[in-house]
Design a protein around this ligand. Structure first.
Ligand SMILES: NC(=O)c1ccc[n+]([C@@H]2O[C@H](COP(=O)([O-])OP(=O)(O)OC[C@H]3O[C@@H](n4cnc5c(N)ncnc54)[C@H](OP(=O)(O)O)[C@@H]3O)[C@@H](O)[C@H]2O)c1
Length: 222
C-alpha cells in the first residue's frame, strides 16, 4: 500500500510512517522543510517537499498520483495563532481532500480532534475556538466529498508509550487522553478496514486491542 501523509514530520505522522514502513508499505510524507527529510528517511518514509499553505490542488494531486490512501495529519500546532488554525487545520485539509478527488485516491483518513463537530463552548479561549472551528469546517468539507473518508477525533495527545489498547467509537465519548503511538496504530488499522469509510470516530485510551476496536466498528451506513 502506498500512503501519502500530509504533515509528514508531525509526531503522529512519524510514528505512522514507522509502522507502515515496518510492515512493507510505502509511506510518503509531505513536509515543508528540507531539513525534515532525514527524520522521514530514518522512519522508512520518503519525504516530498510541499507547503500545504502555498501549494495548489493540482500540485498536491500530482504528489498523490498512484497512492492507495491519504492521511491528513498536519496541524498548525501549539504556539500558532487563530489565522494558522484556519490555513492549516482547515485549509490544508480541504486542499488535500480536493487533491485526493483530482488524483482519484478515494481512501482518506483525517486526523481531527475531540471537540470538533460542534461550536466551541461559550467563553472558550480565542485560539482554541479558532482551532475547533477549523477542525469542524475541515470535517464538513470532507463529509461532503465523494471519498471513502474516515474522520478520527483523538482526545488529548500524549507521548506516553502506546499500550495497544484504546476506546474507539462514534461520538460522543467522554473526553480523555491517548498516546500518539496508539493513534498511529489505529490509523494503520483503519487503512486496512475498507468498511470504515464514511465514519466519524472518537479515540481515547481504553481496554480494547486496536485490531478488535476497529473490527468492532459499524460498517458505513449500518
Ligand atoms: N495536541 C493534541 O492534544 C491534539 C489532540 C487531538 C488532535 N490533534 C491533532 O492531531 C494532528 C497531529 O498531531 P501531532 O501532535 O502529530 O502534530 P504535530 O507534531 O504538530 O505535526 C503537525 C505537522 O504539520 C506540519 N505542517 C504545519 N503546517 C504545514 C504546512 N503548511 N504544510 C505542510 N505541513 C505543515 C508541521 O510541520 P512544521 O514542523 O514544518 O510546522 C508538523 O510536522 C493535528 O492535526 C492536531 O491538531 C492534536
Amino acid at each position: 500500500m502506498r500512503v501519502v501523509i500530509a504533515g509528514g514530520h508531525g509526531k503522529i505522522a512519524l510514528r505512522l510512517e514507522r509502522l507502515l514502513a515496518g510492515r512493507g508499505d510505502e509511506a510518503v510524507g509531505l513536509v515543508r522543510r528540507p531539513e525534515h527529510e532525514p527524520d522521514l528517511r530514518a522512519a522508512g518514509a520518503t519525504a516530498v517537499l510541499c507547503d500545504l499553505e502555498r501549494a495548489g490542488a493540482d500540485e498536491v494531486a500530482a504528489h498523490l498520483a498512484g497512492a492507495d490512501a491519504v492521511v491528513f495529519a498536519a496541524g498548525a500546532g501549539p504556539g500558532s495563532g487563530a489565522a494558522r488554525k484556519d490555513t492549516v487545520d482547515r485549509g490544508a485539509s480541504v486542499l488535500l481532500a480536493e487533491a485526493a478527488e483530482r488524483a482519484g485516491v478515494r481512501r482518506f483518513v483525517q486526523v481531527s480532534s475531540m471537540g470538533a463537530g460542534k461550536p466551541p463552548a461559550p467563553g472558550s479561549d480565542e485560539v482554541w475556538a479558532a482551532y475547533i472551528t477549523a477542525k469542524t469546517r475541515a470535517e464538513d468539507d470532507l463529509r461532503a466529498r465523494d471519498l471513502d473518508w474516515t474522520i478520527l477525533r483523538p482526545g488529548a495527545l500524549t507521548d506516553d508509550p502506546g499500550t495497544g489498547r484504546v476506546t474507539l467509537a462514534g461520538p460522543p465519548l467522554p473526553f480523555g487522553k491517548v498516546p500518539r503511538d496508539d493513534v498511529a496504530a489505529v490509523i494503520v488499522a483503519l487503512l486496512d478496514a475498507p468498511g470504515a469509510g464514511r465514519l466519524v470516530l472518537e479515540l481515547v485510551e481504553g481496554d480494547s486491542p486496536v485490531a478488535d476496536a476497529v473490527r468492532g466498528l459499524p460498517t458505513a451506513g449500518s
